[in-house]
Write a protein that binds this ligand. Structure first.
Ligand code: SF4
Length: 280
């Protein structure tokens, strides 16, 4: 059994918080270049170029891509043959978030109680999702989530008879209702199936998949193609100022569900499609 000291996890989480808030992945640059070359509106093209310049400046200077550095959402894939030593796992992760947001000069945006609304001052606690998986590795993904996009999340318990048409309509309604608020071009995560909480979880996890990569299930990939076409036909465009590039991608994840249910969740990411990962 492999032993991992939680102090090492703290260090890695600190680094991932800073990396995720300051640098975007190669996949993002590729889809943005592609979007710029396909965009017909001169204004939309200019905005996309400005967003690329902003991302380049952030990466070069180590400053945040956006002032809203969000809540730290941490996804763990914990191998069942890993033994954690040296302390409490979740305390270690929160220590890493505290250090990352402090040492990286990232905005602290978490309040301890949703009604009393006092800022915790260090961006903790993180929102931590843990999956137990085979093997002896620990994969850590940090995905800072700003609220401009998170507030645009939607969930609807469709009926099975609503079918694919109902799903497409709901996703389009959600994107239209979001308008410019999630700072387009957006990435749309769609979770279909499961139940109330599973649909939301897989919608968020869908945002972690590299941009441009389709779901391996052919019928789901086909739905993704249909959705990206429909979303980009809305005409909302970058920053909501018109154009073809409303979304950089639409990712759909599915899960088994009850015979009488068809839950659909939509979780949107802004142009700052931030996440960074490491494996211990
Ligand atoms: S939606 Fe994204 S880009 Fe817009 S303010 Fe929030 S974090 Fe920043």
């Amino acid at each position: 059994m492999k032993e991992i000291n939680v102090q090492d996890i703290t260090k890695v989480v600190e680094e991932l918080c800073i990396k995720a808030c300051t640098t975007l992945g190669n996949d993002w640059w590729q889809v943005m270049d592609d979007a710029i070359s396909k965009e017909n509106s001169p204004l939309a093209k200019d905005i996309l170029k400005m967003l690329e310049e902003n991302a380049k400046l952030a990466a070069d200077t180590g400053e945040a891509i956006c002032q809203d550095t969000g809540v730290a959402v941490v996804f763990l894939e914990l191998g069942q043959d890993v033994r954690l030593i040296g302390g409490d796992l979740y305390d270690a992760i929160n220590e890493g978030v505290r250090n990352g947001y402090t040492n990286g000069y990232l905005r602290k945006s978490v309040v301890s109680d949703p009604l009393l609304r006092k800022n915790t001052g260090d961006n903790t606690p993180a929102i931590i999702h843990t999956e137990i998986v085979p093997g002896d590795n620990l994969k850590i993904i940090v995905a800072p989530k700003g609220t401009g996009s998170e507030n645009m999340s939607t969930l609807k318990m469709l009926k099975p008879a609503d079918g694919k048409e109902g799903i497409v309509n709901f996703v389009l309604e959600s994107v239209k209702a979001a308008g410019p608020n999630p700072c387009p071009p957006i990435v749309v995560g769609v979770g279909i199936g499961g139940n109330l909480e599973r649909a939301g979880y897989i919608a968020k996890k869908a945002l972690l998949r590299p941009l441009g990569q389709k779901n391996p299930l052919p019928h789901v990939a086909e739905l993704e193609e249909e959705l990206i076409e429909a979303v980009n036909n809305i005409g909302l465009g970058p920053q909501g100022l018109g154009g073809r590039t409303t979304a950089l991608d639409v990712h759909v994840e599915v899960a088994p569900c009850h015979i009488g249910a068809l839950p659909v969740a939509v979780n949107i990411n802004c142009h700052a499609s931030r996440h960074a990962e490491a494996v211990l």
